[in-house]
Design a protein around this ligand. Structure first.
Ligand SMILES: Nc1ncnc2c1ncn2[C@@H]1O[C@H](COP(=O)(O)OP(=O)(O)OP(=O)(O)O)[C@@H](O)[C@H]1O
Ligand SMILES: [Mg+2]
Length: 366
């Protein structure tokens, strides 16, 4: 194995009676990277982390951490969690309420039977690193949600793990704190040089803090692995595209050499796809549509206009197919783009992705 790899998962399967979760999953993490695994609720993210942490054994396949084979059911190898050298913060793995901040953070070192002086020094240093200086004698009930998360992080990091597994560690925080904490996690990762595997269904986190992202579908199969930019700009299929934010899909059909929108006769004003399929969808995000009263591009009709404060949200029909777009209200006012239902408009695109319509089946039924 490449000694730059810190995790290698090879063809791992895991299921419960009548319920396969992971099938033949493979994944490699490089030392020092911040890697996010993104997928919808119930797809098997926590199950994968439990396998990596050693709380459960795979049904088949191999898991390496560093150079060590830690799980191989065929060879009856299952290294226990405490011997895997990992820090873990689980989704619902709260701090212990009857222990002070100090005692919570000290716990992994106590279990490892470290001398008292060393424990004292390392715990106080870690409490300082996560920004909790002076709060070491408090009980969790005397802390805010964000402070409790910091304690959980400090506890996961105090034994200097080479690898930190984070399972939705910010899900109990309000939106502002969540945003702040995710950058703090990134800072910590850089400061300590630890490899992070972050598991979440929040795509913004994936984009904000990761070196690489993996997208998993509801069946627990990895669809794409890449940098945040690659995942956002070069999605390999409509599932990935749809998962990374609000997506629009309009119907386009091949008619001889032309690609016509909906059931009408307007050609698509953009590069057209290669491939023989007759039925296509053109996919784009609301921010990729340019709307005007008159101009080039497609002609459409506003079917619904919603004022959302800072934004105007429009539902637009083009020859039987629909799309949604939004623009800033002040921009709409300044540019005479305050439409009402029934108004005509013209549309062009800044960016488009083409998928065969066949590939869309199952993606939008949510
Ligand atoms: N011990 C278990 N016994 C039976 N089924 C389980 C068990 N643990 C998990 N599952 C099932 O495995 C599937 C994957 O669960 P998992 O907890 O990994 O989802 P997740 O991707 O972490 O979702 P979320 O984003 O909601 O946390 C789910 O359908 C769940 O019901
Ligand atoms: Mg989970």
């Amino acid at each position: 194995m490449d000694n730059n790899d810190i995790i290698r998962v090879e063809n791992v399967s895991k299921g419960y009676p009548n319920h396969p979760v992971l099938q033949n999953l493979s994944l490699t993490l490089k030392k020092g990277e911040c890697f996010t695994l993104l997928g919808p609720s119930g797809c098997g993210k926590t199950v994968l982390l439990r396998l990596l942490a050693g709380f459960e054994s795979a049904d088949a396949g191999k898991i390496y951490i560093g150079d060590t084979l830690v799980n191989d059911p065929e060879a009856r190898i299952a290294v226990p969690p405490e011997n895997r050298g990992l820090g873990v913060v689980f989704q619902d793995y709260a701090v212990w309420p009857h222990m002070t901040v100090f005692e919570n953070v000290a716990y992994p070192l106590k279990i490892a039977d470290r001398p008292k002086d060393e424990i004292n020094e390392r715990v106080m240093r870690m409490i300082d690193i996560v920004g909790m200086k002076g709060l070491d004698k408090r009980l969790p009930s005397e802390l805010s949600g964000g402070q409790q998360q910091r304690v959980a992080l400090a506890r996961a990091l105090v034994a200097d793990p080479a690898l930190l597994l984070l399972d939705e560690p910010l899900s109990n925080l309000d939106a502002n704190l969540r945003e702040e904490m995710r950058f703090e996690i990134k800072e910590l990762q850089k400061k300590l040089g630890v490899t992070v595997l972050y598991v979440t269904h929040d795509q913004e986190i994936g984009l904000a803090i990761s070196d690489r992202v993996a997208i998993m579908n509801a069946e627990g199969a990895i669809q794409q692995i890449g940098t945040p930019w690659e995942i956002f700009e070069k999605p390999v299929n409509p599932f990935v595209f749809n998962f990374m934010g609000i997506a629009n899909f309009i119907d386009v059909r091949r008619d001889g050499g032309a690609f016509l929108v909906g059931n009408g006769n307007q050609p698509m004003p953009w590069e057209t796809p290669a491939g023989d399929a007759v039925e296509w969808v053109a996919a784009f995000r609301p921010s990729d549509v340019k709307i005007a009263r008159n101009g080039g591009g497609l002609r459409g009709v506003i079917r619904r206009a919603n004022f959302l404060g800072a934004m105007m949200d429009y539902l637009i029909e083009i020859d039987g197919t629909h799309l949604r777009t939004s623009l800033e209200t002040h921009h709409a006012i300044a540019q005479d783009l305050m439409f009402k239902a029934g108004d005509e408009c013209s549309l062009s695109f800044l960016s488009l992705h083409w998928f065969e319509k066949e590939a869309l089946k199952g993606v939008l039924e949510e």
